[in-house]
Design a protein around this ligand. Sequence first.
Ligand SMILES: NC(=O)c1ccc[n+]([C@@H]2O[C@H](COP(=O)([O-])OP(=O)(O)OC[C@H]3O[C@@H](n4cnc5c(N)ncnc54)[C@H](O)[C@@H]3O)[C@@H](O)[C@H]2O)c1
Ligand SMILES: [Zn+2]
Length: 342
Amino acid sequence: MEFTVQLKDASSHVIIEKGSHLHLKDFCQLDGKIMVISDDFIPKQLKDEVMAQLEHAVLVEVAQGEVSKSFDTYQMLLKKLLQLEFSRKDIIIALGGGVIGDLSGFVAATYKRGCRFISIPTTTLSQIDSSIGGKVAINLDGVKNCIGTFYHPETVIVDIDTLKTLPERHFYNGLVEALKAGCIQDTALFELFKEHADELNVDSRFLQEIIERSLIIKKNVVEKDEKEQNLRKILNFGHTIGHAIESLYHLHDYYHGECVANGMIMIEENEQIRHDLIEILTKMKIPLIRDLDVDACMNFIKNDKKASQGFIDIVKVNKISQAELEKIRINDLRKYFQGGQQ
Ligand SMILES: NC(=O)c1ccc[n+]([C@@H]2O[C@H](COP(=O)([O-])OP(=O)(O)OC[C@H]3O[C@@H](n4cnc5c(N)ncnc54)[C@H](O)[C@@H]3O)[C@@H](O)[C@H]2O)c1
Ligand SMILES: [Zn+2]
């Protein structure tokens, strides 16, 4: 499947095809200098397969994990680009998960006010969600995605073959974003999870469909509301509480999808949906987090980008595929934490 995410001033061409990461030249114009940014846990074979197709590219590896969405790493990459005399016509390729996508995208967006940017997501999370939509960011003082902007990759190569080496916990972590997509806009996708959650793995016949359906939902939402004025906020189902949990655990004990999963369970008020979510997420081996420090979580929520003047928009799913936004007092969020941990 191929489609274009058409934005006001940019577009992303998305290729979802097995084997595509081995044929980059079929999908991307690769003239000019190229910097491939990856992390030090991503298998060497994957890096070699990509580098072998690029004549004059340099590979820069950063430390794996959220720690690399930092000012230091950001600055190090900018300095490398400058040393290598990259111009804005040259290309940055992100080869990795959401961390590498967010970091490389922010570098690409800001180096000389924006250079070319291509993304090859290699985790379920990045293939299902973060590689499109243009949100790029780094963290500041433990506040997630505190510095960032919108910058869309010109091409996104989604190849499920790259997932074969992904650790199982990361595999399921990423699928949470697809379950979220089902909850907010796609009953068939939610049903697929209900019926097959315990047989989803990298060889599953459903994996390609799950990725395609999720990305199409995101495309449609982002095209209608690129800068998250309104509709796009529905993609944040489970995220307000999820981000707070993520911050509470210093952005590393639990993964993004795992925190969002817990956030979805806590915010869900329809008993049947909540029951289904718990069942699906348990089958996907997602840890259900208990004994949260509610005061600490509430403090993080006050710092949430979506919070303003004591109020915050939260996403409610009272019926599958019918997400609604509700503006509530931040203090009223407290009850969801308590409800979620009973
Ligand atoms: N921009 C967005 O719209 C958006 C949306 C959701 C999440 N995010 C961000 O994405 C980040 C999380 O992304 P993630 O879950 O992909 O984490 P990640 O990038 O840290 O990748 C997870 C781990 O998998 C390893 N890995 C990656 N590809 C691999 C492969 N093919 N084989 C083996 N190991 C591999 C990485 O080295 C890393 O250790 C968070 O920072 C989150 O905030 C951004
Ligand atoms: Zn998310």
